[in-house]
Design a protein around this ligand. Structure first.
Ligand code: NAD
Length: 536
């Protein structure tokens, strides 16, 4: 099967070449397409890779019936209708790391440019003057740099600020004390505390409901006199009107803006003529190196998503497993299979309306509980709802939309490593199915309810309960043989001699309803469930 990839917006050729080198990918490279043309063509493609110029609207996504992946060569995904993509099961992949250094370097270039008045000085030289006294500057050394958002870019800025002899303090409630210590950055407990001691305030946070308008009139008013404000993150984090006022009233030494609420700002926008304001047209990531990095990053991730079903880089798959997708694959398969088995067995007991899915994982898998829960939700829903667009991205949302309560917990009861258990409940019934996926070995299901088994969940699994009396295994084997069903593994378990027993029989190919009925008609067979596993 070949996949078609549409590349728009002049993505750096190095990444595109990586996609084009794959025999199973057919790549069409086009400049930024007008909305209508893109809408007409998108139905042919499995993936689209672009920069920010192409808007991936809900309308476009709904028309993109084959689309599996949206790749963004850059960080911001403000141009993508994320909720619609998630509901449709389309992965969104960005390249958040490739332009970190480019932004950090621009920060120092721009701040020094502002403090030494380089743009005006250069302009005065061009106009034939030699004004030295007018361009008295300020140094970075000894100043306090206040960073809001100590993530990728904030950290790189902090590291470089030490080299300039600055004192560095940051506000980021989501970052651990250890990280602050490792970066030699002092922690400000609140934004107000940071602001009150900062000479140069710089923002490196995403634009969220929490950060929109984060720096407004009040915050600007609390900065020490003659401070500098820099926004290279996203337009809207600093209130532009308030900044304009503060600059006009000489309350600030100056400001740098690389990003704007509306990009581009109108030609006569008052910011363009504000005093002591250095403006750049969203140049943060505009280096040859950064464009190459983000293009390579996103194209490799899109390739892996299409060809290897590796969604670890997808923004809208439950995060947490980045980097170890290959080793996690077995555990995810166990979660998915366990849910499918529990659902099928409960359905044969007359319980179809599952109300709760409770996932338990061993401590070594706790960090990946998000993707594992998604995998369990896929196993629960496959075969129940239209599966064409059911995947790891939308399974949890689809399950919750059906009123199924999802939960996840860590436990040592499943053994120390790679243990997964999915318990489904509805009405008065409940069933837990557990398994394990040791590194490098085949995933196994190890328990159904109280019965201990050991079977590789592949193709089709027959689950029989029967009275523990002699002869049942022979009769089941003979019957399956006469129905042309080949047994791969047969695992019999019982709780006590002469009580009930359970058999997990892994067979090749499908098992028909007629065969199931014939099994049920055998003496001492109590229930027979067929679980047909869908593709991995
Ligand atoms: P990141 O995700 O690595 O870091 C963001 C940090 O902000 C995180 O550590 C997070 O904990 C913190 N944060 C989130 N909400 C917060 C809040 N309310 N208060 C304090 N901290 C908060 O992101 P990054 O790669 O460092 O990028 C930072 C920003 O820079 C993003 O907005 C990104 O879009 C922007 N960016 C701009 C350009 C450009 O061309 N100007 C280029 C790249 C990135």
């Amino acid at each position: 099967m070949t996949y078609r990839v549409l590349v728009t917006d002049e993505v750096d050729p190095e990444g595109v070449a990586l996609l084009a080198a794959e025999p199973l990918l057919q790549v069409d490279e086009v400049p930024t397409l007008p909305k209508d043309e893109l809408l007409r063509r998108i139905g042919d493609y499995d993936a689209i890779v672009g920069r920010s110029a192409t808007r991936i609207s809900a309308e476009l996504l709904n028309a993109a019936t084959k689309l599996k992946v949206v790749g963004r060569a850059g960080v911001g995904v403000d141009n993508v209708a994320i909720d619609t993509a998630t509901a449709l099961g389309i992965a969104i992949i960005n390249a958040p790391a490739g332009n970190t250094v480019a932004v950090a370097e621009l920060f120092f270039g721009a701040v020094i440019g502002l403090l030494r008045q380089l743009p005006t000085a250069a302009e005065s030289m061009r106009s034939g003057r030699w004004d030295r006294a007018q361009f008295m500057g300020r140094e970075l050394k000894g100043k306090t740099l206040g960073i809001v958002g100590l993530g990728r870019i904030g950290s790189e800025v902090a590291t470089r600020a030490h080299a300039f002899g600055m004192s560095v303090v940051a506000y980021d409630p989501y970052i651990s004390d250890e990280r602050f210590t490792a970066l030699r950055v002092r922690r400000a407990a609140t934004l107000d505390a940071l602001i009150s001691e900062t000479n140069i305030l710089t923002l490196h946070v995403p634009l969220t409901d929490e950060t929109r308008g984060l720096i407004g009139k009040r915050e600007l008013g609390r900065l020490p006199a003659r401070s500098v404000v820099v926004n290279m993150a996203r337009g809207g984090i600093v209130d532009e009107d308030a900044l304009l006022q503060a600059l006009t009233h000489n309350q600030l030494r100056g400001a740098v803006l690389d990003v704007f609420t509306t990009e581009p700002p109108t030609a006569d926008h008052p910011l363009r003529t504000a005093p002591n304001l250095l403006l750049t047209p969203h140049l943060g990531a505009n280096t040859v190196e950064a464009q190459r990095n983000v293009s390579r990053d996103v194209c490799l991730a899109v390739r892996d998503a299409l060809l290897r079903n590796d969604l670890s880089r997808s923004l809208n798959v439950a995060a947490g497993a980045t980097g170890e997708w290959p080793t996690l694959h077995g555990a995810m398969l166990v979660a998915r299979r366990a849910a499918a088995v529990a659902r099928a067995v409960l359905a044969d007991q007359g319980m179809r309306a599952v109300r709760k899915l409770a996932l338990r994982v061993s401590p070594d898998l706790a960090h990946a509980s998000g993707p594992l829960l998604s995998a369990a939700a896929v196993g629960l829903l496959e075969g129940v709802i239209e599966t064409e667009r059911l995947n790891l991205i939308n399974a949890r949302a689809l399950a919750e939309a059906r009123g199924i309560e999802l939960s996840v917990a860590e436990t040592t009861e499943l053994g120390a490593t790679r243990g997964v258990e999915v318990a489904l409940a509805g009405g008065m019934q409940q069933l837990a199915v557990a398994g394990t996926a040791p590194d490098g070995s085949t995933p196994r299901l190890t328990r159904i309810g109280s019965f201990h088994i050991d079977v590789n969940p592949r193709q089709t699994l027959l689950i029989l309960t029967n009275h523990d009396v002699p002869g049942v295994i022979g009769r089941v084997g003979t019957l399956l043989g006469t129905h042309g069903v080949n047994i791969a593994e047969y695992h019999q378990a019982r709780l006590a001699q002469g009580g009930d027993a359970l058999a997990a029989v892994s067979v090749d190919g499908a098992v028909t309803e007629d065969t199931r009925k014939a099994l049920l008609a055998l003496p001492d067979v109590l229930t027979a469930s067929i679980v047909l596993f869908r593709d991995e």
